[in-house]
Ligand binder design. Sequence first.
Ligand code: GDP
Ligand code: MN
Length: 397
Amino acid sequence: MDLYEYQARQLLEEQGIPTPKGIYAQNSHEVAEAAEKIGYPNVIKAQVKIGHRGQAGGVKLAKTRDEAILAAEDILPMTIHKHKVNGVLVAEGKNILHEYYVSISVDRSSRDYDVLATANGGTEVEEIAKEHPESVKRLHIEALDDFDIEAARQMAESIGFYHADVDQAADILLKMWRCFKENDATLVEINPLAKIGDPDDESSKMLCALDAKISLDDNAAFRHDGWKRFSDPMANDEYERRAKEHGLHYVHLNGQVGVIGNGAGLVMSSLDAVSGAGEDLGTGVKPANFLDIGGGASAEVMAASLEIVLSDPQVESVFINVYGGITSCEQVAKGILEALDSLSVVKPIVVRFDGNAAQEGLSILGASNNPNIHVASTMEDAAYEAARIASSAKEAN
Ligand code: GDP
Ligand code: MN
């Protein structure tokens, strides 16, 4: 599990690593409030689980409340390298004197740990490391060995820290090591580890983590109850949890057409068909989810599936694609009708049946005269129809 920067910072803070104050915010109102609390200048930072946010325009300095709001309005709707932004960190803005890079990670090939450090930190760290590999210092730590203060000091000196900075850098490295071990992390990275302060005031200078990237080893989740606090609001755990309760396999995808089918392969093809139709229509309509109802398609299963899919506020239409096998399409049709009776929110539903009793199933649906039910004879037609309905709803919004 990768953490967001604001979560990773919490783990660094728990170890006592200096980190500028920050508040997580999800809309411009919250950002304005946070900015007033943090003070100015501050930095508004996109929270996405991918690096290079700075280069993509996802990190902006704000000197006033208005600038903070503008930055937030700019960043919140962004998608950075295919990762949708849904929150920002409002952090104290610091005057940076120098940017270092430090990380501790699991080296899977040698099955030990790697401590990496370079004085050329910041946004171009990879490029500079490629051109000047000698500037990156590396220390292997055997799986059962410890990283001690002597090794930490050597590491700090090797990348050019001197005087009091060595003590502080070594202290931070040791705390990173503790953070790494105690949290069963596979990566703890600080870039930049910044020397901050007033260039003319020696006493104001200090080292501070301005960005943090932490990955946790999912295999260790059983012994970290505290990880629940990291459950990702973007992963839509809530839908997935409810689906799991009914033995359904659901994955949230962020589009407008809900997709329900039986069998993973059929559902995957349905997703492709909806995406293709969305592209043809030129409206950017996409599948909202993957939902495989598996072998059974009883009224209860259908009701639970429709309820979960329709509780996603982005959904404008639903495409049900069922291949009748042991469960005949006739039973599925009855299930859909019963489900519709029990649901409070209903959106147009396009149904395509094939296999066992497909015709009978479609007849039952047709005879119901339910205005929300549309039937189609091929997967492409059904996907196109569902995408068309979602497109007009999207445009009307
Ligand atoms: P990344 O691009 O995803 O790695 O995001 P970072 O959090 O590392 O920010 C990118 C760059 O923005 C950093 O390397 C800094 O140069 C700059 N930056 C981040 N925080 C501050 C800050 O508090 N003050 C200033 N002046 N620059 C900052
Ligand atoms: Mn960074």
